[in-house]
Write a protein that binds this ligand. Structure first.
Ligand code: NI
Length: 304
């Protein structure tokens, strides 16, 4: 607004000096060029690839997830994932995004899923609803700004700790895990490779932390091992394609769909004939106990 005002004043002054016509035209042309330049830049600026259609009822799917970053090893991890053609999901802490904005933008452009893991990793069940809301909203905003407009749709509560109230305030599906590698505790590449390769089952969600060097170093072998087992790597949203994820409900894996088979021709329509997506089998418990493979932490542990 201010610049426009100054331009008008300048144009007015030029009018008085008698050489306005050409200069005014030049100024307008320059303005138009700037606008055009902006448009061209927007058209040229890369955007995230579209989501892939992968039917995890037909192919063996697994989702690699990385928590608590981005950090100093995340760019190296992206190199590995790119080389292997693997898309993963990053549950990021809002407080870490600001110093790794380029990495977050790159994640989006390379087809990874950007997700919310709170601002500063508190146990959300011990916060007021206003504090929970702030943890979520600040993180949404910083991820959106750094990524060039990607709005996360999934949330992983720190430590897997949630309850009805917290789930309602978060207002997004809460994604836990089916394989806890405990990478943060052991910091052992060989162990990470062993657990990360052997434990996952079809439809599983594997939990790693990209803030640990050992975890990032284990990924090439984990990917290799899981590929040999016939897994297709998907983001969490891709894993649950065709299933309905409800806000405030926890999910730790894609379970087999028992009603997937259509009824035989001519038989009355069964529950499988419904056109609405089947429920995604939420994790039964909404307590702080995150997943069957994880022990209940007596005090908050870095898991999740
Ligand atoms: Ni965490």
């Amino acid at each position: 607004m201010r610049i426009r005002k100054i331009t008008v004043i300048a144009a007015g002054l030029l009018l008085l000096t008698g050489c306005s016509h050409t200069d005014k035209r030049q100024a307008r042309t320059a303005g138009q060029q700037a606008a055009l330049g902006k448009k061209t830049q927007a058209a040229r600026s890369p955007s995230p690839p579209p989501p892939r259609k992968i039917d995890c009822d037909r192919v063996k799917c697994v989702a690699l997830t990385f928590d608590d970053g981005p950090g100093p090893y995340t760019a190296g991890l992206l190199d590995t994932l790119k080389k292997d053609g693997v898309r993963a999901t990053f549950f990021m802490l809002g407080q870490n995004v600001g110093s790794h904005r380029d990495v977050v933008r790159r994640m989006a452009l390379e087809g990874h899923e950007l997700a919310n893991h709170s601002w500063s990793h508190p146990q959300l069940t011990s916060l007021s609803s206003a504090e929970v809301r702030s943890q979520i909203e600040r993180t949404q905003k910083v991820i959106r700004d750094a990524s060039g407009g990607v709005q996360p749709t999934l949330m992983r509560p720190p430590y897997g700790a949630t309850n009805k109230r917290v789930g309602r305030v978060i207002g997004m599906p809460l994604i836990l895990w089916s394989v806890d590698t405990l990478d943060w505790r052991y910091r052992d590449v060989a162990r990470d490779v062993r657990v990360g390769t052997k434990e996952p089952k079809n439809g599983g969600i594997i939990l790693f932390h990209d803030i640990h060097k050992t975890s990032v170093e284990s990924i090439p072998k984990v990917v290799d091992g899981l590929k040999k087992r016939g897994f297709t790597f998907v983001t969490v949203s891709e894993l649950f394609q065709g299933r309905e994820l409800k806000p405030g409900t926890t999910y730790s894996e894609r379970t087999a769909q028992v009603t997937a088979e259509p009824p035989p021709y001519g038989s009355p329509a069964g529950p499988g004939a419904s056109s609405s997506p089947a429920p995604a089998s939420p994790t039964p418990s909404t307590s702080a106990n995150p997943a069957p493979s994880s022990p209940v932490p007596a005090s908050p542990a870095p898991t999740g």
